[in-house]
Ligand binder design. Sequence first.
Ligand code: FES
Length: 200
Amino acid sequence: MSDSMRSVSGVSRREFLKGSGAAAAATAVVGAPLVAPAEEVAGLVRGSEEVTLTVNGKKHRVRIEPRTTLLEVLRYQLGLTGAKPVSTDGCCGGSTVLLEGKPISAATTLAMDCVGKQITTVEGLGAKDEVVQAFVHQDAMQCGFCTPGFVVAVKAFLKKHPNATEEEVRQGLNGNLCRCGTYVNVIRAVLEAVKGANHG
Ligand code: FES
């Protein structure tokens, strides 16, 4: 056999395949499982660990699993219920929060991915926030269920488009849905905030 057919470990490809076949045959004979036992797989899914999340400028120790969403942590561990669990695919914008200043769907973001990043919820904006004030002033809500998501989305939108026109506002907020159909007043509120022109 030529040297080129021999690996650096000194085992040829043919010898390796022969060995693998023998091992597979032996496994089949004794009936050993070819995949990880169910309890091990379940253990992986159930596994949890403590991490620190920074929400609205404060650090929180929380226990999460790899599958835990940011929305679950915010609502059920930290009691921040502004972001809403409206749709599991985040298509309605009800769970919008800011991650490093950018709007994301907390319903479809894993909490693990938020470790070490700044998370801002509607609670972090506060009642005196200009967008919150504009929503109140323009009566831009009915049941209010969609309002926190809208307010956070508007906050991020105005930071990027401080002089937005009505058309741009309509385009920019098309990821947020309102079942009560309060869009006219929402747009008025955003335009009022545009005139306020303090979108820091
Ligand atoms: S105000 Fe009711 S869903 Fe928007």
